[in-house]
Design a protein around this ligand. Structure first.
Ligand SMILES: *Cc1c(COP(=O)(O)O)cnc(C)c1O
Length: 361
C-alpha cells in the first residue's frame, strides 16, 4: 500500500538514547532540557531568532491569534487545512475569505483590500504546500491598514525567501511538527516571531499564564510539549537534510514521469527556495481527478485531496465569493511523497495517471 505520506521514524537506537536521559533525569515535561535543546537546535538550523516549541500546530495558531489580541474579522484563505479557519472561529473571531491566486494557490494579495472593513484586525494566510505567499505585498497592505499578520507555515519547514527563513515573515509564523509533516516530533508545533515581547507573551500563554510558580499573567492555556516529543524532534532533526533532499529528488522524478500529463502545477514564488514538501497536481476537471483516484486506489495507492473542500463551504462560516478556491479545491490532488517512496513507485503512479488520461472511457 502506498499512502500520500508515511511518517519518518529515526533509527530506534537514536531515539532510545534520548529516552535513557529522560529516565535518568526523571523530568518528563514542563520546559525540560530536551525541549530547550530542540528549540535551540531548530533556531540554529533555521537561522531564526526566536521559536517556542508547542504541543501542536493548531494550538500555535490559537496562541498567535490570542497574543496579537485579534478581535472581530480576520482575513484568511479558503484553500488550506481546516485548522486555519477553525482556529479563527475557536478564538471568537470571524473568518473573512479572500480568493486565491490561480497560479500560486495562495491568498491573492490583490484581492485583500476589498474585504477589509473597520472590524478587520488581522490577516491569517497559509503558505500552501510550503510555497510562500506574496509576503511583500501582504506586508504593505498590513502596514497601510494597521493589521497584524500571521502565517500558517505548517508546510514551510526549511523554506527560505530571499535568503531568509520564511518563518521570519509576518508578525508571527506558526509551524506544525505533526507526524505527517516533513519535520516532525510525533505531535508538535511552534510559533516564530522576531518580536521578543510577543515571544514573552506567547511563552506565558503556553504555560497557563504562569509568570512564577504562584503568580499569573494573562489567561493562558496548556500548549507546552513534552520531553518525549522533543526527543523525537531531536532524533528526526539529525536526518532533516536527507529528508529534504529525498523530496527534491522525488519531485524531479515525478516532473519527468508526468511531463505529458495534462495538469497544472503551482507556480513557486520568485525568490523562494522551496522544500518540495508535497507533490500537488491540479486536473482540468473534477471528473478526471475522481477517475484517477479510483484507478490509483484500485492499485492500493492513496493520494489525498489536499485541500478539499474549500473552507468557504464549512457550515460554521459566513459565505464569501471565492470561485477560484472552490474550483481548484475540487481539482487538486497530492500524490504520494515520503522518504522511502521509490523511483519505481513514482514511475508506476505516473503510468497509471497517464493511462487514465489517454484512455478516457
Ligand atoms: C497540519 C496543519 C495544521 C495543523 O497542525 P497540527 O500540528 O496537526 O495541529 C494547520 N494548518 C495547516 C495548513 C496544516 O497542514
Amino acid at each position: 500500500m502506498i499512502n500520500v505520506t508515511k511518517p519518518f521514524l529515526p533509527p530506534y537506537e537514536e531515539y532510545r538514547h534520548y529516552l535513557e536521559g529522560i529516565w535518568e533525569r526523571n523530568w518528563l515535561t514542563n520546559n525540560g532540557p530536551l525541549v530547550n535543546d530542540l528549540e535551540l537546535k531548530l533556531k540554529e538550523y533555521l537561522k531564526i531568532k526566536h521559536l517556542l516549541f508547542l504541543s501542536n500546530g493548531t494550538i500555535a495558531l490559537q496562541i498567535a491569534i490570542k497574543a496579537l489580541g485579534l478581535k472581530g474579522e480576520i482575513i484568511t484563505t479558503p484553500f488550506s487545512y481546516v485548522a486555519t479557519t477553525s482556529s479563527i472561529v475557536w478564538e471568537g473571531c470571524k473568518p473573512v475569505f479572500v480568493d486565491i491566486d490561480p497560479k500560486t494557490l495562495n491568498i491573492d494579495a490583490a484581492k485583500i483590500e476589498e474585504r477589509i472593513t473597520d472590524k478587520t484586525t488581522g490577516i491569517l494566510a497559509t503558505h500552501v504546500y510550503g510555497n510562500p505567499c506574496d509576503v511583500e505585498a501582504i506586508e504593505v497592505i498590513a502596514k497601510k491598514h494597521n493589521l497584524k499578520v500571521i502565517y500558517d507555515a505548517a508546510h514551510a519547514f526549511g523554506v527560505t525567501y530571499k535568503g531568509r527563513s520564511l518563518f521570519e515573515y509576518g508578525d508571527i509564523s506558526t509551524a506544525s511538527f505533526h507526524a505527517t509533516k516533513i519535520f516532525h516530533s510525533t505531535e508538535g508545533g511552534a510559533v516564530i516571531s522576531n518580536d521578543p515581547e510577543l515571544i514573552k507573551t506567547m511563552s506565558l500563554l503556553r504555560n497557563f499564564g504562569h509568570s512564577s510558580s504562584e503568580t499569573f499573567g494573562p489567561a493562558g492555556i496548556n500548549g507546552k510539549n513534552s520531553e518525549f516529543h522533543a526527543a523525537m524532534g531531536l532524533a528526526v532533526l539529525k536526518h532533516i537534510d536527507a529528508l529534504l533532499l529525498a523530496r527534491k529528488t522525488q519531485a524531479a522524478a515525478y516532473d519527468k514521469a508526468l511531463a505529458t500529463l495534462n495538469v497544472q502545477r503551482p507556480e513557486i514564488l520568485n525568490g523562494a527556495a522551496w522544500n518540495y514538501s508535497y507533490y500537488p497536481i491540479v486536473f482540468e476537471t473534477e471528473e478526471q481527478l475522481l477517475k484517477s483516484v479510483e484507478t490509483l486506489n484500485g492499485h492500493w495507492i492513496y493520494p489525498r485531496r489536499y485541500f478539499y473542500p474549500s473552507l468557504s463551504t464549512l457550515d460554521y462560516v459566513d459565505k464569501y465569493e471565492v470561485p477560484i478556491s472552490e474550483s481548484i479545491s475540487r481539482r487538486s490532488l497530492c500524490l504520494p511523497m515520503y522518504h522511502s517512496l521509490k523511483q519505481e513507485d513514482i514511475d508506476f503512479i505516473a503510468r497509471l495517471l497517464l493511462r487514465v488520461q489517454n484512455n478516457p472511457i
